[in-house]
Design a protein around this ligand. Structure first.
Ligand code: ZN
Length: 132
């Protein structure tokens, strides 16, 4: 089963919590044991898992990445968004989460984030649920 989640971002760099949307896809699939692949087919966006209880955590991660990969550092790419591409490669465009007893096997404090690195834009995230 494959579903598409649409994510609208509001700034150039932003982490959007998509955990509840992914949970809904898993529930609709009725898969009890399997895996869920969350993948974005963009070159300037990524997917990660981290704490979603305190909003300061994604803010700190975003702030750190902006320092780690500055926007203007003599890049060759003419489009002017090499920092966005580099962040995407560092974070990765996909994650896999185990499904157990019909639920995503996430820790208490874990959430799934869509990471925007060249927004604001409307983005697509593919969620593939595989039974097994
Ligand atoms: Zn580019």
């Amino acid at each position: 089963m494959l579903e598409v989640i649409t994510v609208t971002t509001h700034s150039r760099n932003e982490m959007v919590d998509i955990t509840s949307k992914v949970r809904e896809v898993v529930e609709r699939s009725e898969v009890k044991e399997g895996i869920c692949v969350i993948y974005t087919a963009h070159t300037t966006a990524a997917i990660t898992i981290n704490e979603n209880a305190d909003p300061a955590v994604p803010q700190d991660i975003t702030s750190f990445f902006n320092k780690l990969v500055p926007p203007n550092a003599g890049y060759k790419h003419a489009e002017g968004n090499s920092d966005s591409h580099i962040k995407t490669t560092l974070v990765s465009p996909s994650i896999t989460v185990i499904i157990h007893e019909g639920k995503l096997l996430l820790g208490t404090w874990q959430g799934i984030f869509f990471c925007e690195y060249d927004g604001p834009r409307t983005r697509k995230v593919f969620v593939k649920v595989v039974e097994g």
